[in-house]
Design a protein around this ligand. Sequence first.
Ligand SMILES: NC(=O)c1ccc[n+]([C@@H]2O[C@H](COP(=O)([O-])OP(=O)(O)OC[C@H]3O[C@@H](n4cnc5c(N)ncnc54)[C@H](OP(=O)(O)O)[C@@H]3O)[C@@H](O)[C@H]2O)c1
Length: 316
Amino acid sequence: MADKKLLVVFGATGKQGGSVINSVLGDEKAASQFSIRGITRDPSKPSAQALAKRGVECVKADLNSKESVTEALKGAYAVFAVTNFWETGKAETEIQQGKNIADAAKANNVQHLIWSSLLNVTKVSGGKLTGVSHFDSKAAVEEYIRKIGVPATFFLPGFYMSNIPGQALNNMGGVYNLSNPVPNNAPFPLFDADRDTGKFVKAILLNREKVLGKQIYGATDYYTPDQIIADFQAAKPQDGKGGAAIQIPDQTFKGFLGMNGMSEEAQEEMLQNMQLLYLYGYYGGASLEESLTLLDEKPTTWKSFVEQEPIWANIK
Ligand SMILES: NC(=O)c1ccc[n+]([C@@H]2O[C@H](COP(=O)([O-])OP(=O)(O)OC[C@H]3O[C@@H](n4cnc5c(N)ncnc54)[C@H](OP(=O)(O)O)[C@@H]3O)[C@@H](O)[C@H]2O)c1
């Protein structure tokens, strides 16, 4: 135990961080090399208590407090860091949280910071899409980490598969249609955040020299809306009466988001996020191949996700 390296995981009670913990604990090689400290604002909550029972040291810290983040990184060799933009919806808050982590990593001489990043959409689009704040702010943190010189790898999660059930893919029209404001050949880099974040991050941890300074793309494959609905129907045949992939007008898309209580600004952000997919590419058109070759466990396919999705359990 004493000679294990300390891995500090932010977002330990959430999807990405929780998956990292599951993968490291579940892998003989990784578990023999790393001990885990999980960060939460509330170590008394059930999800944190469950981690503690599995041998994770649960430590209280708040990303908004540089002091508490610096304290939480004492003795850390590696750090997995994710921020939750949507909790405040404010780019400046996410950037400050990311800088707090970067500065704390520098102060504690952390040897491998893995930052959950995304592309700078303003740059990728040549200034055409300037509203995708939750991407741009993570990219700004990536830039800062590179600037201050912390040894780091940048993990870019793909489009969560869990965004789709009951949202874009639903039976409100009587059959299961997939409705998005994109053409039916738009490439979605689909990603099972719960099951697969850890597969990628574990591989990053175990291949440090190879991946320092690199961006690693977290996605199983690029799927078009036509493929998404075809795989859905392959898993759920619905007596051959399934629906289709439909391109809905931008205003209809925003209208749905508005009905769910989203602000006009956030609606525009989500629309531009979808436009990114077919105009410039979620990863700027990059291939997933190099990232996928790092993995020693296969990532979850969309079809397998559909088969395991609880809200679709009763569809035949
Ligand atoms: N949906 C997508 O398709 C997609 C794709 C790529 C990237 N993303 C990004 O993924 C991020 C969310 O990650 P996730 O899915 O893992 O989120 P999640 O499941 O909602 O978990 C969020 C985690 O962040 C922690 N947290 C939030 N604020 C904190 C603070 N001030 N101090 C310390 N910990 C804090 C929470 O811990 P406690 O509550 O226990 O303190 C929780 O563990 C977002 O920024 C989003 O932009 C999403």
